[in-house]
Structure formats: C-alpha cells, structure tokens
Design a protein around this ligand. Structure first.
Ligand code: ADP
Ligand code: MG
Ligand code: MG
Length: 269
C-alpha cells in the first residue's frame, strides 16, 4: 500500500484485517487496519468507521494507540496505526492463567490513565475488554479499537448516550436498560470487569445464554485475592471480620468460565 510494505497478519477484525507494515523509506513498523469499502457500505457501518477515525485523531496519550494517517483506494480504507508489538492483553492473561496483583495494579493504573484521558476529551470507548487492550514490548498497555466509541456530539440533550453496544461479558447493566446511560460510568464498569479478569483469569459474570448472563448480579470474589481488591474495601468499618471481607458465600471460583473471545454488538436505540 503506497509507501508501506505489507507484512504478516496481526489480527482479524470484524470488518477487515490488521497487518504489520513497514515504511519503505524509514523502515518503521506500523499496524495497518484494512477495511473493505464495499463491505462497509453493505454493513452500513460507514458512520462507525468515520467515528473511529475522528476519535483516534483526537487522542494523543502514551496508553492509547496512535493513528498516524488514513488513506483510501477505490476499494479499501487503510488506517495506519502505531504498531503495538506485545499482542492483546487477552492473550497475555490467557497464556499466564492470570496476572500477579503487582502487574495487574500497574496495568490497571495505565488503563485508568488512558480511560480518564479519553473521558476528559469527551470520548467514551464503549467496548473495553482485554481483546481491545494491547500490550507493547515494555509491558505497557495501549487502549485500541475505538470502533464503537461515542463523542460529545453523540450525546442527546439529556447528556446521556442511547446506543446499546459493547461485548456481553463487559457491558454495564445500565447500557442494557435502554433508558440512556453515562458513558464514563459504563466504561468504568468494563474496566472493573477487566481488572477481575486480569487478577483471576475468570470472567466475573458469564453464561453462554445472554438472557441468563444479564441476570447475574454478584461476582464471586476469590478468597486468595488480597483485601485491596475486595469490594469490602469500600467499608471503613474496622470491625468487619475477615470472612465478610472475602464474601465467604461466594469464595469458590472453581467452575467459573475462563475468559473467551467475545464479539461486540451494537443496537441503535
Ligand atoms: P475490530 O474492530 O474488528 O475488533 P481491532 O481494531 O480490535 O478490530 O483489531 C483486531 C485485532 O488486530 C486486535 O485485537 C489486535 O490483535 C490486532 N491489532 C489491532 N490494532 C493493532 C495495533 N495497533 N498493533 C498491533 N496489533 C493490532
Ligand atoms: Mg476489537
Ligand atoms: Mg472495532
């Protein structure tokens, strides 16, 4: 593609491929997201792609994937992205089973930095999950895939977002209610799910059947997780017993589903 030499595939998206590419003059590596224009039109996602590009152009943060340029041919659109060479956070967790609390804390802080930066810019990601969080060679995270993101102009007069979208295991309950939701709170919910997945290697809420999944209310907090990570840390009652801190009724996480690749969905509400 133009001044880029295309290399191996890095990932498969819903609407196209992501390939490693090298700039012919500088030798610098990039990841190019290649989208088929006909498919974009057929799937009526042209607005979504425009939004992904507009969003990425706004964002410049060490923990957010950078967009270098966009180019188009008659048949394709190419998004030239910063190449993040450590793969998806999803694979990192899957490979290790789970992350240490030390590493989880570091990555979660970076995720919070990135997400709060996006929110300051009025950008709500709406599809935060370990597949869309990439890890670089130094082990730092880069939030990516803003394909479902919303900008301030997408909010209605009530200041809320109204498009039901996301990935089933990571979606906030209020997004499913179809009454409008605060994009910053729904992103934070997804970050909480990511934190749980990083530290336990399991999904806090899971079922093959989304009807059943969406009725799940309480996550099991494993006993071995340090008290820093238990919901009870929000109580400053010193008399709470250790058992309460660890929610003994739900301490056994055996039988919980391990993480699985989940597809995003979107319903225009
Ligand atoms: P989709 O919107 O279809 O989910 P993504 O933007 O998430 O597409 O890209 C699909 C996959 O391609 C990612 O999950 C990741 O594995 C890989 N990928 C995407 N962007 C990059 C990048 N900048 N560097 C390295 N790999 C990437
Ligand atoms: Mg993705
Ligand atoms: Mg996407």
């Amino acid at each position: 593609m133009g001044k880029y030499e295309m290399g191996r595939a890095l990932g498969e998206g819903h609407f196209g491929k992501v390939k490693l590419a090298r700039h012919a003059d500088t030798g610098a590596a990039f990841a190019i997201k290649i989208l088929d224009r006909q498919r974009i039109l057929a799937m009526k996602i042209d607005e979504q792609i425009k939004r992904e590009i507009a969003t990425l152009k706004l964002l410049k943060h060490p923990n957010v994937v950078r967009l270098h340029e966009v180019s188009a041919s008659k048949t394709k659109i190419y998004m030239v992205l910063e190449y993040v060479n450590g793969g998806e956070l999803f694979d990192k967790i899957a490979l290790k089973g789970k992350l240490s609390e030390k590493e989880g804390r570091k990555l979660f802080q970076q995720l919070m930095d990135a997400v709060s930066y996006c929110h300051e810019k009025g950008v709500y990601h709406r599809d935060l999950k370990p597949e869309n969080v990439l890890v670089d060679a130094k082990g730092n995270i880069k939030v990516s895939d803003f394909g479902l993101s919303a900008l301030p102009q997408n909010q209605r007069n009530d200041g809320l977002l109204h498009t039901t979208c996301g990935s089933p295991n990571y979606i906030a309950p209020e997004v499913l209610l179809n009454k409008g939701y605060d994009g910053s709170l729904s992103d934070i919910w997804s970050c909480g799910v990511i934190l749980y997945v990083m530290l336990t290697g399991n999904l806090p809420f899971d079922d093959q059947n989304t009807v059943v999944l969406y009725q799940k209310g309480e996550a099991r907090i494993p006993k071995w997780l340090s008290p820093d990570y238990t919901p009870a840390m929000s109580f400053d009652d010193e008399n709470i017993s250790d058992d309460n801190l660890h929610m003994t009724e739900h301490q056994d996480i055996e039988g919980n589903a391990t993480i699985s690749q989940i597809n995003a969905f979107q319903l225009i509400g």
